[in-house]
Structure formats: structure tokens, C-alpha cells
Design a binder for this molecule. Sequence first.
Ligand code: SF4
Length: 242
Amino acid sequence: MSELKGRIHSFDSFGTVDGPGIRFIVFMQGCPLKCKFCHNRDTWDFDKGEEYTVEEIVKKLKRVKPYIDASSLGGGITVSGGEPLGQAEFVLELFKECKKQGFHTCLDTAGSYKLNDTIKQLLEYTDLVLLDIKHIDSNKCKDLTGMDNTNNKNFAKYLSQIHKKVWIRQVLTPGITDDEETLKATQKFVLELGDIVEKIEILPYHDMGKFKWIEIDGKYPLEGVRCATQEDVKKAQTILHL
Ligand code: SF4
């Protein structure tokens, strides 16, 4: 097995929301974005976290295999972050091994890196992509995350080109991503991706990660922005005809 090491923030052995069935979730350390609504502010720094080899992670994954196998919706491994594409070479080796051992692989990403051969190869070993759309308007995306959405859109279009299954995710933030114009523009973009899109998930913005911002930066960028309610989510779903 590969001797490469990945920097890992944490693991969750029984994830149920990041992909189908019961998931073993690997949260990679490091993210090039600075989403104002981020609830994992502590995952950003690429030098933090702990190093693991592919073998060490697969060992952990195998321990929960009976639960994954028993999962009616078909479970597997999900690599999230942070931004997993920041350590694409390592995730590629990890997914190669997971596929060899028969696990369903899911990549939870914002597609925030420019496509390259490693990322393209990684997608060959990925069964499902969970793709965040931060803001469909490039300038507003830059204001919200520190980066425009060029890489994100190119990544989505590439998924369409290679017919890779995807769940689209959008954090609904009141006053930022919940207006009709934004939602309709997002819908238009997603429809153009074609039948690779299995699901569109509207995730309500919450401020449960605020304490991490206060600890690290001493302030919270979305101070004063209210959390999204289930009613907000329903309204957005109606606009999107979900
Ligand atoms: S991509 Fe995810 S981890 Fe990175 S800043 Fe945005 S919400 Fe946080």
C-alpha cells in the first residue's frame, strides 16, 4: 500500500448525512476557501491535524464494515474536509485501496482546485460526488468564500462530461443565498449538468461553529445574520421545484 501520508482533521465512524447509507467519514485537514458560514473553521490550516497512512485509515474503515454492509441504503466511505482536493494525491491512493476492497466511495468537495490529472484520476475511483455550490454569482462567491466560482463551475461541468453521479449542496444563508434570483440561477446551472444530478440538498445555515471562529479569530464574520429555518428551506425548495 502507498506510503503517502494524509493530514486528517478527524473521523466519524457512523455518518448518516454525507452520502447514502452509513458512512465512515474522513475529514481532511486544510481548506483554501474561507466560507463565512463555515462551521469547521478549525479545518482550514494545512499544517494542523494528524498524519495517517492509507493502510491506517483502511484498517479503521474495515472495523465498521459490518455496519456499512448492514446499511439498507448501501454505505461506504466519504472523504470530506476541509477540502479533500487539497490532498488529492493522498485521497486518490486511499480511494484506489477502498475500491480494491469493495467499498463505495464518496467525495465531499467544493471543487475549489483547478482540474488536473490527479483530480481527474481521483474521480475515476469516486462513485459519488457531493458538490457544494457556494454562490452561483462569481463576485458574491468571492465575497462569501474568498474565491470566485470558476473552479467550482468547471469542476461541475467536468462531472457532467464524464457522467459522474453528483448530489448538489447549497447552504441557504438568509440575505446571502436565499433570494429568488440566486436560487433560480443555481437551478439553471444545475439543470444544465443533466441527469448526473441525483439530488439537490438545501442545507440551512446555522451558527453552531461560531465558537471556533471566536477561539481562532476573536470574531465571527456572519454576526447578526439569522440562522435559516425549516420554513426558509421549504420556501427555497418550492422555488427550485424540489
Ligand atoms: S469549503 Fe467547507 S471547510 Fe472550507 S471554508 Fe468552506 S465550509 Fe469551511
